[in-house]
Design a protein around this ligand. Structure first.
Ligand code: 5AD
Ligand code: SF4
Ligand code: FES
Length: 355
């Protein structure tokens, strides 16, 4: 890259991050690409920034994987439509309400409703479900169901959806195109901007370690997420799935992902950053490592146990044999073990300028 010459040293770059400088490649890349010793310093710095801005509390979001049908064929994903080895399921509206009830009883005050891109959940059907949840529970609803048009997202917002998650995955045009046969990068970006305009608390994220991805590309992702005004950013390592075209590739690593989590905390001091399930799936303490490098959110699974193993986005996914109550206890133990606390309330996004 022609701007390599402008790159700062690790120490200079970290200072830019701590000053809250505008995100630019010249300091993002040296952090994203730093050596293992420097990385320890980066994580500590991000952990301090997290503590100073938002404190020790970890927000819990109960994840309901309500359908694994997907009309798309993303090259990396186990749920892609051409993967015929997936036992497809779709929870009924009543089953979804039951799962929300379980979540509420376990003390969760946010549910994340996640699925593949499943057209059975039409605008009307999902709006009805959202209204039923909101009528029965004082709980925040996040929808994570992929790209839909602005009008549909408007209807869901009016029905009571508070937050939305649509990962951009990568902002690199070549990479995006290569791995998303059904998608257009500009349209995905437009979808996210629409969600922002509609007033959703806005989540996005990227996959780390896609074949051909460079630290420069990850830096560009951070810059784009900043321009977008993302408020929740989930990042996880790409884990190759045997039922996909990328099965023989090397995946992402915990270490690369941690560097990105830490950089995100420097750039977004108040954002909600989850320690993702993919981190916990690659390493038994992957989520804890993320929580010590800037993350402040965990997303325990409350999907009914009979469906869990079938939501196999990637192999080795944790918690597929554990029920909602078990995961609740497990998460509590893990949070206490690292000296952190469970935050109260719904954990809305924090809309503040940097201090
Ligand atoms: N490894 C890790 N994460 C994956 N995702 C999809 N496939 C994989 C994989 N093989 C992530 C994508 C998607 C989210 C639902 O899961 O980022 O947005
Ligand atoms: Fe479907 Fe999402 Fe998987 Fe793509 S990443 S195949 S849209 S579930
Ligand atoms: Fe599910 Fe630990 S979070 S078993």
């Amino acid at each position: 890259m022609s701007d390599t010459a402008n790159y700062l040293s690790f120490n200079e770059a970290l200072q830019e991050g701590l000053k809250g400088s505008k995100p630019e490649r010249r300091w993002l890349v040296p952090l994203l690409d730093c050596n293992e010793d420097d990385a320890q310093e980066l994580y500590k710095a991000a952990d301090k920034v997290r503590d100073a801005h938002i404190g020790p509390g970890i927000h819990l979001r109960a994840l309901i994987e309500f359908s694994n049908y997907c009309k798309k064929n993303c090259f990396y994903c186990g749920l892609r439509r051409d993967n015929k080895d997936v036992e497809r399921y779709r929870m009924s509206p009543d089953e979804i309400l039951d799962a929300v009830r379980d979540a509420y009883r376990l003390g969760y005050r946010t549910v994340v409703m996640q699925s593949g891109e499943d057209p059975w959940f039409t605008e009307d059907r999902l709006a009805d479900i959202i209204r039923r949840i909101k009528a029965e529970f004082d709980i925040a609803i996040t929808i994570s169901i992929g790209e839909r048009n602005e009008e549909t997202y408007r209807v869901w917002k009016e029905a009571g959806a508070d937050r939305s998650l649509v990962r951009i995955e990568t902002t690199n045009p070549e990479l995006f195109k290569k791995f998303h046969p059904d998608d257009d990068l500009q349209e995905r970006m437009e979808c996210l901007r629409n969600l922002k305009k509609l007033g959703y608390q806005l989540g996005s994220g990227v996959l780390v370690g896609l074949p051909g991805q460079t630290p420069e590309m990850l830096a560009d992702d951070v810059i784009w997420l900043h321009e977008l005004g993302a408020e929740m950013i989930g990042v996880g390592p790409f884990i190759p799935h045997p039922g996909t075209p990328l099965k023989d590739n090397t995946g992402g690593t915990v270490e690369k992902t941690l560097r990105l989590v830490a950089v995100l905390r420097l750039v977004f001091p108040f954002a909600h950053l989850p320690a993702t399930t993919a981190m916990g799936s690659l390493h038994p303490l992957g989520r804890e490592k993320a929580l010590k490098a800037g993350a402040n959110v965990m997303m325990p699974n409350v999907t009914p146990i009979k469906y869990r193993a079938d939501y196999e986005i990637y192999p080795g996914k944790i918690c597929t044999g554990d029920d909602a109550a078990h995961c609740r206890g497990c998460i509590t133990g893990r949070i206490e073990a690292i000296g952190r606390t469970i935050a109260d309330g719904k954990g809305d996004v924090i809309r503040k300028n940097t201090p």
